[in-house]
Design a protein around this ligand. Structure first.
Ligand code: 5GP
Ligand code: ZN
Length: 112
């Protein structure tokens, strides 16, 4: 999508990617909420998790990309949190599906 900031980042037009493969890109959050705060996005524009129809892509993100980035950032041993904010009450502010990977500090519950 032409005017989507995460599409632009995923295409490498702006920002810096910390991970990239054929279908997925990842980059550090501009406003990190933890020492490790990475955003993992499909390269194809998908508005949110309810719009994700590609099961292979979903599996790839959660079974391959997440573990690899957790290892790369060193939180695979200490633990981390995945967050997928969805819609207005879910707190989604960028309408391109993204998985937050947060770690490097003790997380609290419930979330705000
Ligand atoms: P959401 O609130 O939609 O779940 O998360 C959007 C996230 O994207 C926020 O944590 C915000 O800091 C981050 N963000 C918004 N715009 C940009 C940007 O242009 N670059 C990067 N790296 N992060 C962004
Ligand atoms: Zn997009």
């Amino acid at each position: 999508m032409a005017d989507c900031v995460f599409c632009k980042i995923a295409r490498g037009e702006i920002g810096t990617l910390i991970y990239e493969d054929e279908t997925v890109a990842a980059f550090n959050d501009a406003s990190p909420q933890a020492p490790v705060h990475v955003l993992i996005v499909p390269k194809v524009h998908v508005a949110n998790i309810t719009e994700l129809e590609d099961k292979n892509l979903a599996a790839h993100i959660f079974t391959e990309v997440v573990p690899e980035i957790a290892k790369k950032t060193g939180v695979d041993v200490t633990g981390f949190r995945l967050v997928v904010n969805t819609g207005e009450e879910g707190g989604q502010t960028v309408n391109h599906l993204h998985v937050h990977l947060l770690g490097g500090r003790k997380m609290t519950w419930p979330p705000g």
